[in-house]
Ligand binder design. Structure first.
Ligand SMILES: [Zn+2]
Length: 476
């Protein structure tokens, strides 16, 4: 389960600036001055680079050229239209499409930009989608993230980068970056003041006009976003608070802007939307970032082998160290399959794809999920509830036993399920313990019902080998 899907689409540096300058923008447009900033542009780039690595690990990027290529073209067109005085040669703009349902978009300092599939699908036309990107690009060009951090304590660059992720995924995912104080910092880092929002709207409208889009599409996009209901709702508006009547402000500004090189809509964006409609519906961010379900991995590319003959667990064990997270020993004939917040160990023939999702029939999945409760029983119930959403036949625990996991008190139970790979009955052995500040560490052993008792011995040996990493204070 490689992460080759985490592909970044480069947007080449501005090349059309000179041409656009000559086209110009007429009228008395609002002059926008970037706020005070004690960070360097190079520091913006470094913060964005570090944060983008985490984003790529946590959020599912759509890897479909028929979608990403036209979206990257829109991004390139807009980047080229950033006014020259706000072009930072260090910045490296890129656009990724996040395969989640919420109507949202965000950009990181120095240039990495992310637009949710839900936002692309909600837009009524290319101009509306472009307007959200133009707004996000404006936050980047005006360096609002580090300007906002400037007002606060002096943070280390790594702290700022780490804080971003917690803000994006709302502290649902385990790991230090989404926890505690950094969460508040991250929120502040991506959620801007009304004045910054006003600046991003106005500069965004200028960029729109310079790029050949009707800036009034930005005004109508706000209405489109506000009207959009359904699961997820207009997340973007809560991250980008309405600075007064922003639609009216943009329409007023648009009167002083002139679109001299109107873009020629040849239906590329409509084709993107049509393609997205043909795909399976996007998950919510919460679904996409939650624990990988038993027997299913929402995040991963197709595993190297399909289902077939499965060798029994080897009596030799191999130790794996999972980053700063944990150490574990598993039968030497099990492979390590990494997903987003979890790792699965399974033998050849026991893992493959079912309905586009990774699944396994024999082996163990070990991971960490954010927990909203300090009660291990409630947290484990929540975990099983989330597993049941993608495993409709999963039974509910009739009881929990107390166990020790890595020297901590934990819970244990055994569930039944119908394997989506084989259609046969399987058993899932669940081990959980609370870690750090709001995380639930879990291990799930999966085996067909008729092989389960022999696999239980292996599961217990694997769980008995787990060492949670003491170097990470959040896991202590
Ligand atoms: Zn904004």
């Amino acid at each position: 389960m490689s992460r080759s899907q985490w592909r970044r689409l480069p947007v080449p540096a501005a090349t059309a600036v000179a041409i656009l300058l000559s086209l110009g923008v007429i009228g008395a447009q609002t002059v926008i001055t970037p706020p005070a900033n004690r960070y360097s542009a190079a520091e913006d780039v470094e913060i964005g680079r570090q944060a983008s690595v985490q984003v790529a690990q946590q959020l599912p990027m759509l890897d479909d050229r028929e979608v990403t290529s036209p979206v990257a073209s829109i991004g390139r067109r807009l980047v080229d239209a950033i006014p020259p005085e706000l072009q930072h040669p260090e910045f490296r703009y890129s656009v990724d499409v996040v395969n989640v349902r919420e109507i949202n978009a965000f950009a990181l300092p120095g240039g990495p930009m992310y637009i949710n599939r839900g936002m692309i699908q909600a837009a009524r036309n290319e101009g509306e989608a472009a307007s959200v990107m133009a707004h996000e690009l404006s936050h980047v060009a005006l360096r609002h993230g580090t300007a906002q951090a400037t007002k606060a304590t002096k943070y280390e660059i790594g702290q700022l980068a780490g804080a971003v992720l917690g803000a994006i995924i709302g502290g649902r995912v385990g790991g230090a970056v989404s926890q505690g104080t950094q969460f508040g910092l991250g929120t502040a880092f991506l959620r801007f003041s009304r004045e910054y929002e006003r600046q991003a709207d106005l500069l965004g409208s200028h960029i729109m006009a310079r790029a050949g889009y009707d800036p009034r599409d930005m005004a109508s996009m706000f209405q489109t976003i506000e009207k959009a209901g359904g699961p997820g709702g207009p997340e973007w508006l809560s991250d980008h608070p309405n600075a007064g009547d922003r639609a009216a402000t943009i329409r007023r500004e648009a009167q002083s802007l002139h679109v001299q090189n109107p873009m020629d809509d040849r239906g590329a964006f409509a084709a993107v939307q049509a393609r997205l409609r043909r795909m399976a519906p996007a998950p919510t961010t919460k679904e996409a970032t939650r624990v990988v379900p038993a027997g299913g991995s929402p995040s991963t590319s197709p595993p190297p082998t399909g289902f077939g003959r499965v060798e029994p667990p080897s009596s030799d064990y191999t130790a794996y160290t999972e980053g700063d997270f944990f150490r574990v020993s598993v039968p030497s004939n099990w492979r390590e399959l990494r997903a987003k917040n979890a790792v699965t160990f399974a033998p050849d023939g026991a893992y493959g794809n079912v309905n586009g999702q990774g699944a396994f029939t024999h082996g163990m999945e070990i991971g960490l999920v954010g927990s909203e409760t300090p009660n291990v029983r409630t947290a484990t119930d929540d975990l099983i509830g989330s597993l049941a959403r993608s495993n409709p036949s999963l039974s509910r625990p009739s009881r929990y036993d107390m166990v020790s996991i890595a020297g901590r008190q934990g819970l244990h139970t055994i569930l039944s399920n119908v394997s989506d790979a084989t259609g046969q009955q399987e058993r899932i052995e669940v081990f959980t313990t609370l870690v750090g500040d709001g995380g639930l560490f879990y291990a799930l052993g999966v085996a067909p019902r008729d092989r389960f008792s022999s696999y239980q011995v292996t599961f217990r040996r694997v769980v008995g080998s787990i060492q949670l990493n003491v170097r990470d204070p959040s896991l202590r």
